[in-house]
Design a protein around this ligand. Structure first.
Ligand code: 6R9
Length: 650
């Protein structure tokens, strides 16, 4: 591997769990040995944490790989597991969701309330002709009805397909058509950046091309005027008037639970299919193990959007199946001011926070004074997901949000894996800043070379999963061939995740970003993540994105985009000086081979709504091409901002 490897691996700081947390942790070190001893028995034990109407006959049927069947013959209802059993156990009055609207309006929803709403929605959907096996598209803002809609589908055995509220009419239409959804659940709009942001017009445009859709159910959120067609029904007139009595029917463990389209930063979106028993087993177990959820005392907050897999597994199914109290927030982190997140933590006494590196770096950019002005003493555990977290951002998170004492769990997983796969256990692992550390108990991950051979400690290559896991995707909706080609053909008998990774000298795993993003500079493989981390480790840089641009001499050349931190002066010569400093800083940190050819200081970076940097668009800028498809961008004006606000462009 390149010299860069040695440098990244020189990150030796390590933070053991706080003694108090370790002493009372839900999961101890024994879990690893137990799962290693008998992996299937281990997962059967985790499945037993759920309520089954009929016990399974076989834990795993892997007779026709890569098509797995978990908990064969078992039957259960997912909504029953998330709601009814808590209510039946006398915990109906416990708060399930503290909901906070962006304008400051709030709702407190107990498990009994959520159960009632879900039963009404299940009855309403049934009345609209939705039956088990049908598909329902959900296009909603972050309001409680989003969780209700998902749970109601699960309750009646209809697969939901949640589409990000930020997607265009075309993207929505394609996804509705691909799944032949019968009903679309949406809202007039939601609040974003201090004002109503309409959704219904996009749905109207999308549905015009979707003959499969019989009805559109519309939640009234903003009260803004909407166009109305004969397919449209108001949620408050349909769902809220439906009966609150509903008995959940059990479904087969392999009954489809949901389809979720991957963000598709490159190719045609893939409809990732998840099923019932295995998915809920692993979503529920990992929420309990990785976040150490204590339903009696914890207030958990995952800041993801429900339209992202993180929202599915760690807002809806994981936390609710564990019966914990959580916070759900509708809006953006800087509305009405940059301390909004910390207001929320303080107000609800949040104890567990799960967010994304992009947000942490944004908070770094805004400066530590903002969190410092808040009482964050309720926090006891911090999590990260979505991208590699740079060591610098990890340290900032621990230091300025975690008071220098809290464990940070960096959790690696994908829409396809359904649940967390590689992560520290907060009561066990001495975590290293920037490393996802080790596969969770019951998960067999590895890093392999081009030939599929396991690399030794200190080596780098491709991340693979060697054994099936309960919450694995079952296929790509309607396209088994593509499922096999994309994930199971690169290496014989292994799941190919598409991420680059390294093992350090202790065998701990470091994720290096998508393999498509690895650059080849003068014959050296250099990962975008490493150069980005080197840039972010400079005191003047808050965020960075690195791409490989075609170069006549070196094959590819490193082009970096950096957002300066808070008050950094970049006017005139100061900007040029900073660029020169940064190039030298990278060269010193990673070696001369990693020195960027060009660095541009920019006010923003293009990101998907789930917070991933869209390097494809930056490559267009770096190679002076006209921009490709920008429809999945969180904010499409960012690209104009970048082009007009660039310092250092040649
Ligand atoms: C959960 C989610 C999956 C891709 C994945 C990887 C990146 C996610 C990460 C991480 C490094 C982490 N990713 N978590 N990379 N460290 N802790 O994000 O799902 O939207 O499908 O994205 O995200 O590249 O392959 P999804």
């Amino acid at each position: 591997m390149s010299e860069a490897l040695a440098n990244l691996l020189s990150e030796t700081r390590q933070f053991p769990p706080p003694a108090e947390l370790a002493a009372h942790a839900n999961v101890t070190i024994d879990a690893y040995a137990e799962a290693e001893g008998d992996r299937l028995a281990f997962w059967a034990k985790q499945a037993d944490r759920l309520a089954w109407s009929k016990k399974w006959d076989e834990v795993l049927d892997w007779s026709n790989p890569p098509f797995a069947k978990w908990f064969v013959g078992g039957q259960l209802n997912v909504a029953y597991n998330c709601l009814d059993r808590h209510v039946e156990a006398g915990r109906g009055d416990k708060v399930a969701i503290h909901w906070e609207g962006e304008p400051g309006d709030t709702r407190t929803i107990t498990y009994a309330d959520l159960h009632e709403l879900t039963c009404r929605a299940a009855n309403a959907l049934t009345d609209l002709g939705v039956t088990a096996g049908d598909r329902v598209a959900i296009y909603l803002p972050m309001i409680p009805e989003a969780a209700v809609a998902m749970l109601a589908c699960a309750r009646i055995g209809a697969a939901h397909s949640v589409v990000f509220g930020g997607f265009s009419a075309d993207s929505l239409s394609n996804r509705i058509q691909d799944a032949s959804a019968k009903v679309v659940i949406t809202a007039d709009g939601g609040y974003r950046r201090g004002k109503p942001s309409a959704l219904k017009p996009t749905v109207d445009e999308a549905v015009a091309n979707c003959p499969s859709v019989d009805h559109v159910l519309v939640v009234r959120r903003t009260g803004e005027e909407v166009a109305w067609s004969e397919k449209d029904l108001w949620w408050h007139e349909t769902v809220e008037t439906a009966s609150a009595e509903h008995t959940a029917q059990p479904f087969d463990a392999e009954h489809p639970l949901f389809i979720l389209y991957t963000s598709g930063t490159t190719a045609r979106p893939k409809g990732i299919l998840h099923t019932t028993g295995g998915y809920l087993t692993q979503a529920s177990y990992t929420a309990n193990a990785v976040f150490d959820l204590k339903p009696e005392t914890d207030v958990y907050w995952c800041t993801a959007d429900i339209g992202w897999v993180t929202g599915h597994s760690y807002i809806v199914y994981g936390p609710l199946s564990n019966g914990v109290t959580q916070v759900m927030y509708e809006g953006t982190p800087d509305t009405p001011h940059k301390g909004r997140f910390w207001d929320i933590v303080e107000k609800y006494r949040v104890s567990i926070l799960y967010t994304a590196p992009t947000l942490i770096r944004t908070m770094m950019k805004w400066g530590e004074d903002i969190p410092a002005g808040h009482d964050l003493s309720s926090l006891r555990l911090l999590g990260s997901v979505g991208e590699p977290i740079n060591p610098e951002a990890w340290m900032w998170y621990r230091e300025h949000i975690g008071g220098g004492a809290l464990p940070v769990v960096d959790t690696w997983w994908q829409t396809e894996t359904g649940a967390i796969m590689i992560s520290p256990l907060p009561g066990v692992t001495a975590a290293k800043p920037g490393s996802a550390m080790t596969p969770l108990p019951g998960i067999v991950a590895d890093v392999v070379d081009d030939q599929g051979q396991s690399v030794p400690n200190g080596g780098g290559g491709y991340l693979v999963l060697r054994e099936p896991w309960p919450s694995m995707l079952r296929t790509i909706w309607g396209d088994d061939e593509r499922f096999i080609d994309t994930y199971w053909s690169r290496f014989e008998g292994m799941y190919f995740a598409g991420d680059g990774a390294k093992k350090d000298d202790d065998g701990h795993i470091w994720l290096l970003g998508r393999v498509d993003d690895v650059m080849l500079v003068s014959g050296h493989n250099i990962s975008t993540t490493e150069v980005e981390s080197a840039l972010v480790s400079h005191p003047s840089v808050a965020e960075a994105a690195v791409v490989g641009a075609t170069d006549p001499t070196t094959g590819q050349a490193i082009v970096a985009f950096a957002i300066p931190r808070g008050s950094t002066d970049i006017t005139g010569d100061a900007g040029e000086q900073l660029i020169a400093d940064l190039r030298n800083h990278v060269s010193k940190t990673l070696g001369p081979i990693a020195k960027p050819r060009q660095i541009m200081l920019v006010p923003e970076l293009p990101k998907t709504r789930s917070g991933k940097i869209m390097r494809r668009l930056l490559r267009d800028v770096a190679e002076n091409r006209s921009l490709g498809d920008v429809t999945t961008l969180q904010d499409s004006s960012v690209m104009d901002l970048i082009s007009s606000g660039m310092t250092g462009a040649k």
